[in-house]
Design a protein around this ligand. Sequence first.
Ligand code: FAD
Ligand code: MG
Ligand code: MG
Length: 321
Amino acid sequence: MSSDTHVYSYSAVLMGSPILLKLFDHNEALAGAVFRVIKQQEILLTVNRPQSEVMSVNHAAGVEPVVVSQPVFDLIARARAVSVLPESLFNVTIGPLVKRWKIGFHGDSVPPAEELQALLPLTNPQQVILDPAARSVFLPQRGMEIDLGAIAKGYIADRVRDFLRQQGVEHALINLGGNVQTLGGTPDSEAPGWGIGLKKPFGAPEELIGVITVSGKSVVTSGVYERYFELAGKRYHHILDPASGYPLDNELLSVTVISEDSIDGDIYTTLLYGMGVKKGLDYLANTPEIEAVFVTRDRQVICSSQRQFSFTLLDADFHAV
Ligand code: FAD
Ligand code: MG
Ligand code: MG
C-alpha cells in the first residue's frame, strides 16, 4: 500500500498479471476482499492450471458434456456468440493454438506450419454445443479447448466494480493489467476524471503516448506489445488469427476500447483489432456505446467519437488524427 495525496493504491499479482486497486480510503480489508473476488473468478475460469470449471470442459472434449455454474455457462455462451459473428477475429476455441505457441509463457516457440494446420480444425467455435437447460458445455472433438483469455479479465473487472458498489464505494479504479474499470471519477474537483495512460508500444513501462480521461467507464487495451517473443528479428505476439494460426499481422499496434462494461471492452478490443482502422471506425459509427482509440504502426493515434472520454496526446512522435 502506498498513499499519494489521498489516493491509496493496493497491488497484487493474480491471473499472471499485475493487479492495481485505487481507493480514496485507507481500507486494507476491502482491498483484500477485492483480491479474493478476483481469485475466486480465476479459479473458475483459468486454463493455466489443471483444474477449473473451464478446464473440466476441456478435459472432457470428445467425451461428454460438462455441467458448469450459471455465470461460467453465460460467459462461455457470450464468448461463443461473439466468435460466430461474421468475420470475427474472436475465437473462444483458440485454446489449442494458444497452448501450442505458449506466447508469454515459458517455452514459447514458432511451431512448424504443418502442426498449426493440423490444429485449425480444432478451432471451430460453431462446434461448441451449449445446453442452457442442463447448463452444460460440450466440445465434440478430442483436443478442442476453450480459452477465455480475451474476455475473462473484462468480465472479472465488472464483477469487482459490482462488488465495490455493493460495499458502498463511489470512487475507485481497478486495473487487471490492461483492463481498467472505474467507479465514478475522482473526488478531486480540480481533476474529476480518472486519467488512464495509453502506453507507448515497446516503450518503457512509464512511457505514455497520451492520457485517456473517463469517469465511471471501462478502458481496455489490447496490443501487440503486451505479450510477445522475438525470433530471428521477427516479433510474434499473442493475438492469433484463427484463419491462419499465426499472430495477426495488420497496421495496428494497439486498440483501446472505452465502454460502460469492461466485458464489452475486452470483446471489442479483439474484434476491432481484427477489423483494422477503416472497418473499425465504420463499425463504431453505428455503435455509439463503444468508443475506441487505435494506434497504428505509422504512429497515428485515431480516436472514434469522444462522448465517453477525452484524449490528451503527450508524445510528439505520435500524430493524433
Ligand atoms: P486480449 O487481447 O484481450 O486477449 C488475448 C488473449 O486471448 C491471448 O493471450 C490468448 O489467451 C487469447 N487469444 C489469442 N487470440 C485469440 C483470438 N483470436 N480469439 C480469442 N482469444 C484469443 N497469464 C499467465 O502468465 N499466467 C497465468 O497463470 C494466467 N492465468 C490467467 C487466468 C485467467 C482467468 C485469465 C483471464 C488470464 C490469465 N493469464 C495468465 C493471462 C492470459 O494468459 C492472457 O495473457 C490474458 O488473458 C490476455 O489478456 P489481454 O487483455 O492482455 O489480451
Ligand atoms: Mg480482449
Ligand atoms: Mg483483454
